[in-house]
Design a protein around this ligand. Structure first.
Ligand code: 13P
Ligand code: SF4
Length: 287
């Protein structure tokens, strides 16, 4: 089964058996009967599939397709934060390593982070890692004071307040769709804060004909396919995730011919991480 994230190059989105956001891909990877999953995305996504389904062969066609945000916190650093806040519940964004997930109580994606935090008792202190901007979004939607880690997505922080202001001047009346990984000033200027698949669903249902898209540009391929009658303007041409673009058609073919490179997780870490990831796939988003 070939799974592709919404930021993948267009030709890879087109050949995938399933395309989606981090949550959709994890659910699909868990429920598929396929013996082999080719994960067209970045390392933590393939690793999450391996955590959920150790019996499957999980291939990541380019082993160096990582996520800089996921690398911004180590398990050791998280253990230190936990020592400072004994008794706190740890919620980690899926953009994190298996070792960090193993130190966490709950995992979430941008699609269900609010629902995950809302499911926790009001008396609980909550540590949220590693994305400070997703964390700020969750804190404002839930009214909970979260202990944040200063991680961020280098691609989403490239989108500036001025980019949105300029785009609005050029396209008055366009709806601004932004990812929660964007900075607060960008989010304040946006109409909808959504995960990548939620953006596609929103555009499909909306009667609007123009959208400004504040997330990685690759998603525009899918948006145009789903709504050929509408215009989608990237907030900036700079919003490109170089790691997502490391996957190519040739690398996919080579991975299937060689059954390499495989992504696996040591069993001890996997079992600990699975607790948090199982909770992530069980708590469904409201949108
Ligand atoms: P979603 O597709 O889950 O919204 O995530 C965005 C992202 O940055 C994935 O790395
Ligand atoms: Fe990581 Fe950002 Fe790329 Fe997503 S877009 S994989 S968060 S660097």
């Amino acid at each position: 089964m070939i799974l592709a994230h919404n930021y993948q190059p267009g030709e890879i989105q087109d050949l995938a058996d399933f395309q989606g956001d981090s949550l959709g891909l994890s659910i699909e990877a868990a429920k598929s009967n396929a013996e082999v999953i080719v994960f067209c995305g970045v390392h933590f996504m393939a690793e999450t599939a391996a955590i959920l389904s150790p019996q499957k062969t999980v291939l990541l066609p380019e082993p160096h397709a990582g996520c800089p945000m996921a690398d911004m916190i180590t398990a050791e650093q998280l253990r230190v934060v936990k020592e400072h806040h004994p008794g706190a519940v740890v919620v980690c964004y899926v953009n994190s390593s298996a070792e960090v997930k193993a130190e966490s109580d709950y995992c979430c994606t941008s699609a269900n982070a609010v629902e995950v935090v809302n499911s926790l008792g009001k008396d609980k202190e909550i540590i949220f890692v590693p994305d400070q901007y997703l964390g700020q979004f969750v804190a404002s939607r839930t009214g909970r004071a979260l202990i944040l880690w200063p991680g961020y997505c280098p691609t989403h922080v490239m989108i500036t307040e001025d980019d949105i202001k300029d785009a609005k001047v050029k396209h008055p009346g366009a709806i601004v769709l932004a990812h929660p990984e964007c900075t607060e000033p960008v989010k304040r200027l946006s109409d909808q804060l959504l995960s990548t698949s939620q953006m596609i669903k929103f555009a499909v249902k909306s009667a609007a004909k123009e959208f400004i898209v504040a997330t990685e540009k690759g998603i525009i391929h899918s948006l145009k396919k789903q709504r050929p009658d509408a215009e989608f303007y990237p907030a900036t041409q700079r919003a490109v995730c170089p790691n997502m673009k490391k996957i190519t058609l040739d690398k996919i073919i080579a991975s299937l011919e060689n059954m390499q490179p495989q992504v696996t997780v040591p069993e001890e870490i996997r079992l600990k991480a699975k607790r948090a990831v199982d909770r992530m796939v069980e708590i469904l988003p409201s949108k």
